[in-house]
Write a protein that binds this ligand. Structure first.
Ligand code: PLP
Length: 422
């Protein structure tokens, strides 16, 4: 049985006079201007996280590149760019977005396990700062394309450090058998090959061991391995001046477990001291997750055994994380009432799939039809993962900036979608 205490509310939310507020505005007032479901982000909360991140990592000389995949809305990217962050991208589409958001292409890292030739060409032509190479085959393709275009690029090899990050199986990336990264046994061979590629400046190593990591230990193990491989390759005569430590810093989804920036910064300082190397990080979730909520309305309640159901107007097409990763997003009411009795409930969406279930056996004051609720911690891997399944158009994204609300992605209409099918 799970429950959400007010004590664990994300910092951008609070209750005042029983009304749920984001910053200075009541969410009920915002929902009067925007039909539910919709995503709502706090610009101030994102800025605060960027500030916390830079204050922790800048003193240890780490350059921060926002992982665009976690939230690629142009307005979010502009916040990142204006704070001086670079970007970590995984597709040509994300490259187009970061350039449109005004992020310097020289501050862009191109990760991704299956970059197409067209995407590589687009990135080389745009002047992307670094290619994180996932295989020998990709290295050859970058050599061919840079040769054709007559452009030199920087690259690093993404290593599979074979460390268990202790996360959900669907978001672990650094274990043997994962599709990501290059076996460490092949690093020397690939550096040797790159020595014959005049346009490819191979400068170091990268890792990304998984996402939602809440313990420092897997990081300690992998960072120490990266140090060891860097030193070995240098001893073989290769010049390495870059180490990309990826993302993965975990946030509190209501169970009190998260990893703090300062703890990781201290580890980097300790483990990499004296290595004389430029260090990069690619955080995504930890910068934006807590700054977003999905505002939703209770469509219906249903008496059932073993528990009653609460049915929301948001579904797994809007927020797939619970179905995809068994993720938990706490659900809280927009108006608190002490008239309602608490009971364990199953909270579901309207989609015709049994996996369209947000919370099971979740204790909540029994909501009524028409009640406004929010699913919290939905600033990362939420709107970006939505779909139009069951012919439900994509929902709006709204940004709250001090007391101004701005639609930063309009809700699609079904007409727009149907037009694409004619
Ligand atoms: C290569 C790479 N870097 C960074 C990230 C961002 O991870 P997170 O959002 O957990 O910080 C990911 C996410 O999967 C990734 O694949």
């Amino acid at each position: 049985m799970q429950t959400m205490g007010a004590a664990s509310l994300p910092s951008c939310l609070s209750y005042q006079d029983n009304r749920l507020m984001m910053g200075e505005l009541s969410i009920k007032a915002i929902a009067e201007q925007q039909a539910t479901p919709f995503y709502l982000y706090s610009a101030d909360a994102i800025r605060q996280r960027i500030h916390d991140c830079l204050s922790a990592f800048s003193p240890v000389g780490v350059a921060v590149h926002f992982a665009v995949k976690s939230n690629s809305n142009l307005s979010v990217l502009r916040l990142m760019g204006s704070a001086g962050l670079g970007a970590d991208i995984v597709s040509g589409g994300e490259l187009t977005r970061v350039l449109k958001a005004g992020i310097d292409p020289g501050q862009v890292i191109f990760s991704g396990v299956a970059k197409t030739d067209a995407e590589l060409r687009q990135a080389v032509e745009a002047g992307v700062g670094q290619f994180n190479v996932e295989s020998a085959e990709e290295l050859f393709r970058i050599d061919r394309i840079t040769g054709q275009l007559g452009v030199q690029v920087n690259a690093v090899l993404r290593v599979n450090p074979e460390v268990d990050a202790g996360t959900h199986d669907h978001i672990t990336t650094g274990k043997k058998g994962n599709k990501f990264g290059i076996a460490f046994q092949r690093l020397s061979e690939l550096f040797c090959m790159a020595g014959e590629m005049p346009q490819v400046n191979l400068r170091g190593l990268a890792m990304h061991i998984g996402s939602q990591i809440v313990s420092i230990e897997p990081y300690r193990e992998s960072v120490l391995r990266m140090r060891q491989w860097t030193e070995q390759l240098r001893a073989e005569g290769y010049l390495l001046d870059t180490l990309d430590l990826g993302g993965g810093i975990g946030v509190d989804y209501g169970d009190g477990r998260s990893l703090c920036f300062v703890e990781y910064a201290n580890l980097i300082n300790e483990a990499l001291g004296g290595l004389d190397i430029s260090i990069q990080l690619e955080p995504g979730r930890s910068l934006v997750a807590a700054a977003g909520v999905l505002v939703t309305t209770v469509v219906a309640t249903k008496q059932a055994e073993p528990r009653n159901f609460v049915m929301l107007d948001a579904g797994m097409n809007d927020l797939i994380r619970p179905a995809l990763y068994q993720a938990t997003h706490p659900l809280i009411p927009v108006l608190l009432s002490n008239q309602r009795l608490e009971e364990p409930l199953d909270v579901v969406g309207p989609i015709c799939e049994s996996t369209d279930c947000f919370l099971k056996d979740y204790t909540l004051p029994l909501p009524e039809e028409g009640d406004l609720m929010v699913l919290t911690m939905t600033g990362a891997y939420s709107a970006v993962l939505s779909s139009t399944y069951n012919s439900r158009p994509l929902v709006a994204e709204v940004m709250l900036e001090h007391t101004n609300i701005r639609v930063i992605r309009k809700a699609w209409t079904l007409e727009e979608q149907l037009r694409l099918e004619e």
